[in-house]
Design a protein around this ligand. Structure first.
Ligand code: MF3
Ligand code: CO
Length: 249
């Protein structure tokens, strides 16, 4: 079932989104060589508790952590762990914040230390592809318009779009209908309506789009060992256009 949120629900999700955005800004200051993703995960749990919020991912379908931390060729759902990040790694931190029942979901890819040119381009194209998708997220557009805008841009830049994981409706649980693929055909699929809240979260690979599942049954990684980046926002469909709830600016 696809729900449309009341203005009160949207305000609650907006508050969760602001907290999540602030948490990402704190993470950005802490990502450096020698830090572990377990330390980042502990920081997030503490930060949310201090602000009266909880990590919605923890316990979700048995997932054990506050964040997903996906390093280099890991596409998504990487487990936070004790391995130290090293100069040049890329790491995607993804989390869902629950503040008084309002949810927001946002992922961000960070570079550890200095980004070289190849890394910077991967991150820039991935982030721009998210915003190309967001531009389409308005009343009257169709779901295919979002995926098409992302795929057209990312592939023209020489990258591949992951097919096995999609954006989604969100609230009151993490994953609600509809699915929002990051590839597709314009003018196809469900029409977006005011009050729908969705995530857009393209995972963009340097090599093939194909993914494989780790033996932990959670973590997806590229089949060719190439790196994968991801940016994600939670967005409300309004008559005036997309409203980003997890904006960091
Ligand atoms: N934030 C993730 C997403 O965008 C949710 C991961 S579910 C978890 O869909 F259980 F792995 F945390
Ligand atoms: Co999501």
């Amino acid at each position: 079932m696809i729900t449309r949120k009341s203005s009160r629900e949207i305000e609650m999700m907006d508050e969760a989104g602001t907290l999540l955005a602030n948490c990402h800004k704190e993470i950005a200051k802490r990502i450096k060589p020698g830090v572990t993703t377990k330390e980042i995960d502990d920081f997030v749990e503490d930060y949310l508790a201090k602000h009266g919020a909880t990590p919605e991912q923890k316990g979700y379908n048995g997932y054990e952590f506050a964040t997903c931390a996906s390093i280099n060729d890991e596409i998504c759902h990487g487990f936070p762990r004790d391995e130290k990040l090293v100069e040049g790694d890329i790491v995607t931190i993804d989390m869902v914040v629950n503040l008084n029942g309002g949810l927001a979901d946002s992922a961000w890819t960070y570079v550890v230390g200095e980004a070289d040119e190849k890394t910077q381009r991967l991150l820039d194209v991935t982030k721009t592809s998210l915003y190309k998708g967001i531009e389409q997220a308005k009343e009257g557009s169709r779901i295919g318009d979002i995926g098409h805008a992302i795929q057209k841009y990312a592939e023209a830049e020489g990258y591949a779009v992951v097919r096995d994981f999609t954006g989604h409706g969100i609230g009151p649980t993490i994953h609600e209908e509809p699915h929002i693929p990051h590839f597709g055909l314009p003018n196809k699929g469900l029409r977006l309506k005011e009050g729908m809240v969705i995530t857009i979260e393209p995972m963009i690979n340097e090599g093939t789009w194909k993914s494989q599942m780790d033996s932990n049954n959670w973590t997806a990684r590229t089949v060719d060992g190439s790196r994968s980046a991801q940016y994600e926002h939670t967005i409300v469909i309004t008559k005036e256009g997309p409203r980003i709830l997890t904006d960091q600016d």
